[in-house]
Write a protein that binds this ligand. Structure first.
Ligand SMILES: Nc1ncnc2c1ncn2[C@@H]1O[C@H](COP(=O)(O)OP(=O)(O)OP(=O)(O)O)[C@@H](O)[C@H]1O
Ligand SMILES: [Mg+2]
Length: 611
């Protein structure tokens, strides 16, 4: 269970939050509206206490109606202002939540896309991304709505303190004695409650897995006579869980009344001291009431702050995972000059991006993954814009390496790769990658619906456009047949899809982005003939006019390519069109014959099996 990290009581790390909040820099306006709105609401709340004081001292006690109209007008005005304000900042918070989620997701996703492959060698991508989607949602929701509480809370406390000291020093001093008491109580109790909740969740997941094990392993237990042992373990776990839940409930049950008791005690002291002054005529009843009101109001944000603190704490693990991705350093870095001109992942300067044509040039490129084990040596290849290139050859020949270099997932160790005549290292990775569509040998889908998965190609695409892209690549039909259609969760439902079907979905994702350069690294195995034919048909249609690299394992897929390269040992053995290469009767012809024979053999075996 990788979720264990969530159960650990993580300390809040400001650095993590700074990273995440740096994304909010673009959303300054929303923050200002929310925080500002909250603050004004805090001031209005304080002003309402003054209004009650005015009502009591000005009208009720003297039984006067002088200025009643003004009072009514002011009271109504404040209430209307409050209503409008609430509407504005709630809307802004919803807006911020949605935008921030999109910003962070896009940045994280781009970051992952731009990450060199060695990063993926070390990190389990599917898991990483599915966690990421959930984590980001949780964090941005918390940040957006916490802002309101924070703005309101800070201002409510500051304004009430100020008001109290302005109105009556003695009563103000009595009231603020309780502030640290309530603050300490709240923090302590919230922490305790959080830790028991974590413990309960952890035990719960242990019990679930025990139950699974108990049922799945029932047969083995029977033969091994482990039943009584299993039972005992299970009983201990359930008892622990019961105890932890009870503790958490008990502590919650103590906290609320205890905090109320402290606040009531303060009200009691205010009443004693203030009542005395009222009797002696040095204090008005309105002012006494003002203190009782404001005391109650001021403690709410203080209790809230403790809640905010524990919210941040419980999101710490999630925030760290997200921040990890956002700052993870790709082994491929843009040069300072490139960043200066083209911007970086977070702040792309799209206005400076050259339109891409799609010429790709490998100029004396050498490459190795491991020192001393060269994969490509002095490799040269010129691909004209719009040319469809197919790469075929034995496994391990270096086909994927060539396209990974073209995509700048890796950079040449020696030599240069030029796109439209310019060394791609002089431009930014994001410039290239946003002009690039690729379907990888092992496609990964992200947790979230199929619709969302395809939409990652172009985040602003409408549902209709997404479905159109799926239709274009021939994925629409099988997606519709899934139980929930486009809403099927690709994470969970992904296990029911074949590699070929997943490739079709990535294909739709890639095509949605309308890239100038397209890369398709066909799945080696487990791709059924029907899906293969679909991919082939879609490729034929969609690749016209785009520079493309297709790596195919079934030669029938590449017959229509403008140029076929036979790659072996990191070298181009032969190249030409299907016709030319067949006429040459060289390596390609051999591969073709072999495959043809193998297919015939498979067919005969199938025929035989029928009998
Ligand atoms: N991440 C890596 N680290 C180290 N060596 C690697 C890595 N990826 C590939 N190689 C090695 O580089 C060589 C070329 O591999 P590559 O994946 O480019 O071949 P391929 O032609 O795509 O093969 P296939 O047809 O099986 O997909 C192989 O010897 C392989 O073992
Ligand atoms: Mg490969």
């Amino acid at each position: 269970m990788n979720e264990d990290t969530d159960y650990e009581g993580k300390k809040i790390n400001p650095k993590t939050w700074r990273t995440i909040l740096s994304f909010a820099a673009n959303r300054r306006k929303s923050f200002v509206i929310i925080l500002g709105g909250g603050m004004v609401a805090g001031i209005i709340d304080t002003a309402m206490s003054f209004m009650s004081r005015w009502a009591i001292d000005g009208f009720m006690i003297p039984g006067s109606r002088e200025h009643l109209g003004l009072f009514a007008f002011a009271a109504l005005g404040l209430q209307v202002l409050m209503a409008v304000l609430t509407m504005i900042y709630c809307r802004a918070a919803g807006h911020l939540e949605a935008n921030l989620t999109a910003d962070v997701r896009e940045a994280a996703y781009t970051r992952l896309q731009g990450m060199s492959f060695s990063y993926f060698d070390k990190t389990s991508t599917g898991h990483l991304i599915s966690r990421l989607t959930g984590d980001i949602g949780r964090i941005t929701e918390m940040i957006s709505w916490t802002c309101i509480d924070l703005g309101w809370g800070i201002m409510a406390v500051v304004a009430s303190l100020l008001a109290m000291f302005l109105v009556n020093m003695k009563l103000a001093l009595i009231t603020i004695v309780a502030v640290p008491v309530v603050a300490v109580l709240s923090v302590w109790f919230q922490k305790k409650i959080l830790s028991y909740q974590r413990k309960t969740r952890k035990l719960n997941s242990m019990i679930t897995s025990s139950v699974n094990e108990g049922i799945m392993g029932a047969q083995t237990s029977k033969t091994l006579n482990r039943e009584s042992l299993n039972n005992e373990e299970f009983n201990i776990q359930t008892r622990d869980m019961y105890r932890a839940s009870m503790r958490s409930a008990t502590i919650s049950a103590i906290y609320m009344p205890l905090a109320s008791l402290v606040i009531s005690l303060v009200s009691g002291f205010v009443l004693i001291a203030g009542g005395h002054d009222v009797q002696h005529g040095v204090l008005t009843i309105g002012t006494l009431n003002f203190f009782l009101n404001i005391g109650n109001m001021m403690f709410e944000p203080i209790r809230n702050f403790a809640g905010i603190f524990s919210d941040f704490q419980s999101c710490q693990a999630a925030a760290e995972r997200v921040a990890d991705v956002l700052v993870s350093v790709s082994e491929i870095e843009d040069s300072p000059e490139a960043i200066e001109k083209y911007g970086d992942f977070f702040h792309p300067k799209k206005e400076n991006w050259e339109k891409i044509r799609g010429d790709v040039d490998f100029d004396h490129v050498s490459f190795w993954y491991l020192e001393g084990e060269p994969v490509l040596t002095d490799f040269n290849l010129h691909v004209k814009a719009g040319e469809n290139i197919a790469l075929v050859g034995e496994t391990g020949g270096g086909k994927s390496t060539i396209v990974n270099l073209a995509c700048r997932f890796y950079e040449p160790r020696e030599g240069t790769i030029r796109i439209d005549g310019v060394d791609y290292r002089e431009r930014s990775q994001i410039w290239l990658q946003s002009n690039l569509g690729y379907v990888l040998q092992t496609p990964h889908l992200f947790s979230g619906s199929i619709l969302e998965n395809i939409r990652y190609g172009r985040l602003e695409a409408t549902d209709e456009e997404v479905k159109e892209a799926a239709k274009l690549v021939g994925a629409d039909e099988f997606i519709r047949k899934l139980e929930k259609g486009y809403d099927t969760d690709a994470g969970e439902g992904g296990s029911n899809m074949s590699t070929g079907q997943k490739q079709l979905i990535s294909f739709a994702r890639a095509i949605l982005a309308d890239p100038a350069i397209f890369v398709l690294d066909e799945a080696t195995s487990s791709i059924d003939t029907e899906t293969e034919q679909r991919i082939q048909a879609a490729a034929d249609k969609l690749l016209r006019g785009r520079t493309s690299f297709i790596i195919a394992h079934r030669l029938s897929t590449v017959r229509n390519a403008d140029r076929i390269l036979v790659i072996d040992g990191g070298k181009v053995l032969e190249q030409g069109s299907h016709k030319e290469l067949m006429a040459k009767k060289g390596r390609y012809w051999e591969l073709y014959q072999n495959q043809f024979r193998r297919e015939k053999l498979d067919e005969s075996v199938e025929e035989l099996n029928k009998f």
